[in-house]
Write a protein that binds this ligand. Structure first.
Ligand SMILES: NC(=O)c1ccc[n+]([C@@H]2O[C@H](COP(=O)([O-])OP(=O)(O)OC[C@H]3O[C@@H](n4cnc5c(N)ncnc54)[C@H](O)[C@@H]3O)[C@@H](O)[C@H]2O)c1
Ligand SMILES: [Zn+2]
Length: 361
């Protein structure tokens, strides 16, 4: 097991992480343990957690429905109501067992209940393990805006067990993998090479344990960035690589019949933004080719449904942009992110045509 210090809390990664959780709970003085699950993590993950306990800790279960559309104020209220109904006091601990939806809403509910009670996260998707586990962002969607209401609040600890990935859908695994790729591209060329070398072509057949190393590296990269800029004033924008165009592709797909997962859209966004990096940030053509080929080989993207003009319109509405300029994080080389770039509309359109040509091959 590896334990990585994320500034304010520890992240335990590996097979023994659940034994560590058992010790954490046994040694703690919390008045009660409340575990938040959705129907999938209740069925697939909760038995694994229970089995790892040497003594049976008493857990009160709160269950919400899975999926982004349930990361809302109604479910948050449900959590607050159940906590109140159970007379949960300020010494109670919330255990969030699930993907990013559960850790986001559970962290938010905990950070606001009685002005904030402790919580820990047991992330069970690749995205939640390699990305969401770091950074202290909690929240819910509101009035059709993602993460409109939220807090910065840190868990007391995070326990990452790769075994959970075995029951995850391939599509979900791929979605999380896009953020792993992003971490290599923005921060560490060696890690990028390691990702390429170690992954092979079929993610699903990869043994769960071999994810340990990749997840640890991803977590370490994100910690370095977040610790340098905890409240997102500058450097943290490096994490936006692929996300300006990726978010627009994601939003467009959500309005269509064929909805894309976040990471699938970000993978396509990274191809476009690697193209922009080549045109205005000094990325070499060999590196552009290597990024494009790898992403295509893993994600096998279908032809893009949305038009360039529609995507640019969506980018202009993005709340991350100031003064109608579309802001990009680009790469001057693999492993080197440059924040605060702007590109002309013509060039952005060109990058979408570049992606389209690749997807239609
Ligand atoms: N706080 C942050 O810093 C941060 C960063 C990135 C993303 N996010 C948020 O994360 C959310 C997406 O998270 P996600 O991709 O983990 O999605 P998710 O939580 O919706 O999980 C995806 C699906 O997998 C199921 N599932 C989870 N673990 C499983 C397992 N081990 N086996 C089988 N099924 C399992 C879930 O029930 C769900 O149906 C978004 O709401 C996004 O805004 C937050
Ligand atoms: Zn993302």
């Amino acid at each position: 097991m590896r334990t990585i210090c994320a500034d304010k809390y520890n992240i335990h990664i590996g097979h023994d992480s659940l034994a560590e959780l058992d010790t954490f709970l046994s040694k703690s003085y919390y008045s009660s343990f409340i575990i938040l699950v959705d129907e999938n993590t209740k069925k697939k993950c909760l038995p694994i957690v229970r089995k790892s306990f040497s003594t049976a800790h008493s857990l009160y279960i709160i269950q919400i429905k899975s999926g982004e559309k349930n990361k809302n104020i109604r479910n948050c209220e449900k959590i607050w109501r159940e906590l109140s109904g159970q007379n949960a006091d300020r010494e109670s601990l919330i255990i969030n067992l699930g993907g990013g939806v559960i850790t986001d809403i559970g962290g938010f509910a905990a950070s606001t209940y009685k002005r904030g009670i402790d919580f820990i996260n047991i992330p069970t998707t690749l995205l939640a393990q390699a990305d969401t586990s770091v950074g202290g962002k909690t929240g819910i969607d509101f009035m059709n805006f993602k993460n409109q209401i939220g807090t910065f609040a840190f868990p007391k600890a995070v326990f990452i067990h790769p075994l959970f990935l075995e029951t995850l859908d391939k599509k979900e695994l791929l979605s999380g993998f896009a953020e792993v790729i992003k971490h290599g591209l923005i921060a560490d060329k060696n890690y990028w090479e390691q990702i390429q070398a170690s992954v092979g072509r079929d993610l699903k057949s990869r043994p769960a344990e071999s994810w340990n190393k990749l997840i640890s590296e991803s977590v370490e990269i994100k910690i370095k960035i977040v610790v340098a800029d905890p409240y997102e004033n500058g450097l943290r924008k490096a994490l936006n690589f692929g996300h300006t165009i990726g978010h627009a592709i994601e939003s467009a797909s959500l309005k269509s019949k064929k909805k894309m997962l976040h990471g699938e859209a970000i993978a396509l966004g990274m191809i476009c933004e690697a193209y922009l990096s080549r045109k205005c940030c000094g990325l070499s053509s060999q590196e552009l080719d290597s990024i494009t080929e790898f992403i295509v080989s893993i994600f096998k993207p279908p032809p893009l449904k949305s038009q360039a003009k529609q995507l640019i319109g969506l980018m202009q509405q993005d709340k991350k942009n100031k003064d109608s300029e579309i802001n990009f994080t680009l790469l001057s080389a693999i492993g080197k992110a440059e924040i605060n770039n702007s590109c002309s509309e013509e060039l952005i359109e060109e990058s979408i045509h570049f992606l389209n040509a690749i997807c239609n091959q």
